[in-house]
Ligand binder design. Sequence first.
Ligand SMILES: Cc1cc2nc3c(=O)[nH]c(=O)nc-3n(C[C@H](O)[C@H](O)[C@H](O)COP(=O)(O)OP(=O)(O)OC[C@H]3O[C@@H](n4cnc5c(N)ncnc54)[C@H](O)[C@@H]3O)c2cc1C
Length: 304
Amino acid sequence: MVNTTFAVDMLRRKFGDAVQENVPLAPYTSARIGGPADVLLKVKSADELADVMQLIWEHDLPFYILGGGSNVLVSDKGFRGVVVLNRAKEVRFEMGDQPQVWCEAGVVIANLAKRCASKGLAGFEWSVAVPGTIGGAVYGNAGAFGGDMTHNLIWAEMLTKNGRERFTLDQMGYGYRTSVLKRGDVQGIVLSALLKLKNSTKEEVSVKIEQFSERRKATQPPGASMGSMFKNPEGDHAGRLIESAGLKGTRIGNAEISTVHGNFFINHGKTKAEDIRALIALVQKTVSEKFNVKLELEVELIGD
Ligand SMILES: Cc1cc2nc3c(=O)[nH]c(=O)nc-3n(C[C@H](O)[C@H](O)[C@H](O)COP(=O)(O)OP(=O)(O)OC[C@H]3O[C@@H](n4cnc5c(N)ncnc54)[C@H](O)[C@@H]3O)c2cc1C
């Protein structure tokens, strides 16, 4: 049980009005789904994020760090505890022979890709069509179009219960869309990251960004979603299996398995998390029965 009054009073003493009670989480997710958090605290710098976390750990409060909310499904009942909404957005470029960018974890990665382009810096174009923040991308080794965080990360500044620490690329233990954080091997909060880039020209980088954006628009369904619902099983694609099982277009309430891409579940308006969960169960059962494949969730479930 969370003592909400205690948590709110304690956090308000340090963070004032940034601490809100009983806040619906749907607007903070790409799927636009989810009930309220007992407490929502928006942080605007990495230092603030670190300060909040010290207090949360000190008082052993249940918490969830939310970046862009683009890889999560929040339950209809919401989250009992403190949701820390990361909006720490400082960015510093270091130009030179080996250009780099340091950014706080709340920076939206697609915006960073565009800022790199405007400076003629290449290497991060892949991220232009990936929703979410640097923190979420470092956590899950986000990637697209053959790029991912392993191609860019020099180090991530992490807060663990031992304090602040720089995790090098090797220490992140990256694999396909996974890391030491995502596997739960390390309990850490990403505060900021240093990324490597390459010198190029504004024109060249912008053309690539434009091409990636167009390719995304042509292949991905429009509408509110959580991106890929399931991990691709070894040697196959979740979307292909769902399509072969004849499930594209299946609808429960206002939730639909996209007719464009079987691994995307679309919220057609006021969809309940419960309906998405029912679709998840249906897909897992059908694909298991038809192809003997157990589809694992890519998306994280939050709350009861
Ligand atoms: C339309 C669509 C397309 C997508 N396409 C892609 C794609 O091409 N490639 C891809 O990799 N992903 C894709 N995704 C998934 C999503 O964009 C990525 O997983 C993204 O990196 C999530 O970032 P986020 O900030 O939204 O994280 P959130 O969804 O907010 O959180 C995801 C996880 O990261 C943790 N987290 C967030 N910030 C921090 C932090 N600072 N410190 C520690 N943990 C943190 C959260 O606690 C949570 O466990 C897509 C999603 C959508 C909706």
